[in-house]
Design a protein around this ligand. Structure first.
Ligand code: 5CU
Length: 358
């Protein structure tokens, strides 16, 4: 029986939940008399009528994670702190919380050896050297298989040259970045009636475009020319990167300013090459159409199943999570009778790439 590994599986550890409960500004957890506990994390969500999303033990109780895994035949999950990580904390607190949370994650994994691994969190509001020190520490933790990161970097994005020492440290310790969105697009893009559309515009479009822009900025700034072995796992099958890679390449090749500046030289790696050597994609795209674009861009050997649990729970109390089923069906439909490739995407790729002992 094929092993199913979930590489996109979030948790808020007990200390992070305690932190969210103390806060009055986004992100926070608040109890409302009419609708109970709500998790309010996205920019501007405190002013929207939807009042965030319900939050309960599935967000922090590891037994709920394991029960979800059991009921969906998932043998192993690589858990990561959910957004917005430590982005909103002052440097000293972020550094302290990163150490605490990474310890909590590693401990959870030890208690469920073989079933859980983790992506660690970084104190990104701190200095690059404090982040480098945390990476060194993470590399000593038994169950860490990479780091989860948002798109803001040290405050000005992932194309910031100050991040080079962070990327170099991650390369040195062979820790991939799990790049995950949080901020979406400026709210003006969604228009004055955005509240009428629930979370659809921000989650279905804002998130993937944020990821696409962040990784494209990394590429354009030469991160992958300098850090040739850096590995980045892109959430949501790369946002729209697989679909837009050709257009990005073409815009680059037609840019007179870049030509004049000498930026279109031999050393600039093609985006297609980066997609095949530096980018992994999760299979959290809910349809074989998007999955096929991911496979065409990076190769089936670089795609890994995920669920995004505990986000997107069933709305009508069904036991099977539609979100998990859609991602499994997409794999089944994309590969048809090619069971070997389907099984690789479902679990064997993650076992090989992230060196999991399942
Ligand atoms: O529902 C949501 O807001 C989210 C989120 O914030 N993060 C995530 O990974 N998935 C869904």
């Amino acid at each position: 029986m094929a092993k199913i590994v979930d590489v996109h599986s979030h948790v808020y550890t007990p200390s992070y939940i305690a932190l969210l409960r103390t806060r009055k500004e986004v992100p926070f957890i608040r109890t409302f008399a009419d609708i109970g506990d709500r998790l309010i994390i996205l920019p501007g969500e405190d002013e929207s009528p939807s009042r965030g999303r319900p939050v309960g033990p599935s967000y922090w109780d590891i037994n709920e994670k394991l029960a979800f895994m059991d009921s969906h035949s998932i043998s192993t999950s690589v858990i990561s702190l959910a957004n917005p990580w430590l982005d909103f904390l002052a440097p000293a607190e972020a550094t302290e919380q990163a150490r605490l949370i990474n310890g909590e994650l590693d401990q959870l994994c030890s208690q469920h050896a073989g079933r859980l691994y983790a992506f660690a969190v970084l104190p990104l509001s701190a200095t690059a050297s404090a982040i480098e020190a945390e990476i060194q520490h993470i590399s000593s933790l038994k169950h860490m298989r990479g780091v989860i990161m948002g798109t803001t970097g040290l405050g000005s994005g992932l194309d910031d040259p100050l991040l080079d020492i962070v990327y170099a440290a991650l390369e040195k310790h062979e820790l991939p970045i799990f790049l995950h969105p949080h901020y979406g697009l400026p709210s003006a893009v969604y228009g004055p009636r955005a509240d009428k559309y629930g979370h659809v515009l921000s989650l279905a479009l804002g998130f993937p475009l944020e990821t696409t822009i962040a990784v494209t900025r990394m590429y354009l700034s030469g991160v992958f020319d300098r850090s040739k072995t850096l590995q980045v796992l892109l959430a949501h099958s790369g946002g729209t990167l697989p679909f837009l890679a050709g257009r990005i390449e073409s815009c680059l090749e037609h840019d007179g300013y870049l030509l004049k500046e000498g930026k279109l030289n031999e050393e600039k790696r093609a985006l297609w090459d980066v997609l095949r050597k530096n980018i992994y994609l999760d299979a959290v795209i809910y349809s074989e159409v998007g999955l096929q674009a991911a496979v065409a861009a990076s190769g089936a050997e670089r795609i890994m199943f995920g669920t995004d649990h505990p986000f997107f729970p069933p709305l009508r109390g069904e036991e099977e999570w539609l979100s998990a089923r859609l991602n499994r069906d997409a794999i089944k439909n994309a590969f048809g009778s090619d069971n070997t490739t389907a099984n690789n995407v479902l679990g064997d790729n993650a076992i090989r790439i992230l060196k999991l002992h399942t």
